[in-house]
Design a protein around this ligand. Sequence first.
Ligand code: PLP
Length: 453
Amino acid sequence: MTAQPNPEAGAAVKAADRAHVFHSWSAQELIDPLAVAGAEGAYFWDYEGRRYLDFTSGLVFTNVGYQHPKVVAAIQEQAGRMTTFAPAFAVEARSEAARLIAERTPGDLDKVFFTNGGADAVEHAVRMARLHTGRPKVLSAYRSYHGGTQQAVNLTGDPRRWASDSGTAGVVHFWAPFLYRSRFYAQTEEQECARALEHLETTIAFEGPSTIAAIILETIPGTAGIMPPPPGYLAGVRELCDTYGIVFVLDEVMAGFGRTGTWFAADLYDVVPDLMTFAKGVNSGYVPLGGVAISGAIAETFAKRPYPGGLTYSGHPLACAAAVATINAMAEEGIVENAARIGASVVGPALHELAQRHPSVGEVRGVGMFWALELVRNRETREPLVPYNATGEAGAPMAAFAAAAKADGLWPFVNMNRTHVVPACNVSEAELKEGLAALDSALSAADEFVDRP
Ligand code: PLP
């Protein structure tokens, strides 16, 4: 499952990249992107012949793994028949993708507006909510990620928004539940749930309910640390939205399409939003695609009145054909069930066992194929292993962890002081065990930085 090593070809790819590609979220001269020669299933490999088990699924999107033969074939078939067509027409791949998505989304989210990815799905969800309610503000959580475009990055609850946040985007941030870092206010999940709901209702009261169009939440915040909310929280937010006439938007761009061992994370909590954004797993990112699933009431707002928004490539036939093949493959091959089963029987128990032996592990959180390890210097104080936004020397502990993992053939997901375990949802038990063994030795490298008594 690897090509012949070809370091010269790799060097040429790398040289052109370094000369001309401007990379996301990066100081261009401080990065060193790996030249990738190929990928299949849960693995990818470089031009030197080194193979890595991908515990990141790209950016948490290859839910069916790389080069799934049914999805590749569907893209090829669609390209041969109708590579592209403008969005104003009814096109088979687009209609079928919308039907399959609507069949799986909760409640009456039965209409689908297609976008090119997650951030523009969020942009459109917010626009729909504002037009539906006639209100200006949106509430979103700290410790969240909603995308890199102007509105989406303003909604994002991490330092990435600082550079573009002029304070006029109509966004107000609040603190959603996170017991591990909320312990001075709550000792149990029940108390944390109550704290977070009371805080949200107070925020609504002080902002003015009649000014708030939407509350947007990731069902399970992903990039910010995979933090499953306590039981009752999302139902409580639903109730607040109903009480105050606020549109409830769940962002399932990362958590959707099997990642949590259910089609959508919302299924785990039995909650139905008014709008739901998706991308990534909808077609495993083989061709860019995202969208908004829309409730009957919001669709009705735009039944006779035009929706003022659109994209040239909305519902691109290649992307939609990939979505149809992905969703069908997930259903035929039991990929969602696989994520649920081995998440509960292999990953969860293994990570909790690692936490017993490695003092750098402060907390284990997750479900399905969606797990995080919170790495700390000190389990008592919960001081993160690296400071927020650590650069250079300050980031050394996580760099040492990542280097040790890669030396053992594991490509880890590293974000601030966390590593996330988010492999393809159809990863096998044997592959997982190989990755977890490499994670074990990488954590030993992290343990070196733990405070010694
Ligand atoms: N929303 C969530 C929850 C995400 O995790 C992401 C990306 O990671 C986005 C939105 C943005 O998606 P994209 O990068 O496709 O624009």
